[in-house]
Design a protein around this ligand. Structure first.
Ligand code: AMP
Length: 200
């Protein structure tokens, strides 16, 4: 089963993708994590990407599609995949040109998205996501930090980009008859249970 997760920042794409990955035994590929890996390598492209990401903007399509194709070529996703954070516009969807079985849209109010982003903390080592309140990662003991793009100016830019660039994908997947809309305002487990029902 090939699944993409759509939704504004803070809607729980990463959390739900990782739960789906565990439940169905599929690799979870997070575009944001792949890009943060590139940034860690501190190459010239990595430095440029860091600037773009910290400003809450989208990294150029050619770069994201190239990095994702390389990841997909590893072969572990031949039976299926849970893709989180890609595509973020219809051009990326067309450039990847991959047939998906379901596009899960996690719907969330902007106000709640901002509240969740400002509380989000991520593990520096394994990437696991938490809400503020703890200091160490429960999975690997790594240090938790607040991403620069979860700070106010970048947060607003990311939401604006979601509305202008990513939302057209809702119609794109509706036309392909694979869109499943889920109310993501509720608790993580309730959302997860609804996603499973929607996937049948
Ligand atoms: P995320 O971890 O999904 O919230 O992504 C963090 C940041 O990485 C985004 O704000 C963008 O700057 C960049 N990014 C992630 N996915 C994409 C994508 N598909 N296209 C362009 N930029 C992306």
């Amino acid at each position: 089963m090939k699944i993409v997760l759509l939704g504004p920042p803070g809607s729980g794409k990463g959390t739900q993708a990782s739960m789906l990955s565990e439940k169905y035994g599929l690799p979870h590929i997070s575009m944001g994590d792949l890009l943060r890996e590139e940034v860690k390598n501190n190459t010239d492209i990595g430095k440029k990407m860091k600037e773009i990401m910290n400003a809450g903007k989208l990294v150029p399509d050619e770069l994201t599609v190239g990095i994702l194709k390389q990841r997909l070529s590893k072969g572990d996703s031949s039976k299926g995949v849970v893709l989180d954070g890609f595509p973020r516009n219809t051009r990326q969807a067309e450039m990847l040109n991959e047939k998906f079985d379901a596009a899960i849209l996690l719907e969330l109010d902007d106000r709640i998205a901002i509240e969740r982003m400002s509380k989000r903390r991520q593990c520096r080592d394994c990437g696991k996501i938490y809400s503020e309140g703890r200091k160490k990662c429960g999975a690997c003991g790594g240090e938790l930090y607040q991403r620069d793009d979860d700070k106010p100016a970048a947060m607003e830019k990311r939401l604006e980009i979601y509305h202008t660039e990513t939302k057209p994908l809702i119609d794109y997947y509706k036309k392909k008859k694979i869109l499943k809309t889920i109310d993501a305002m509720r608790a993580v487990d309730v959302v997860f249970s609804d996603i499973q029902k929607a996937l049948g």
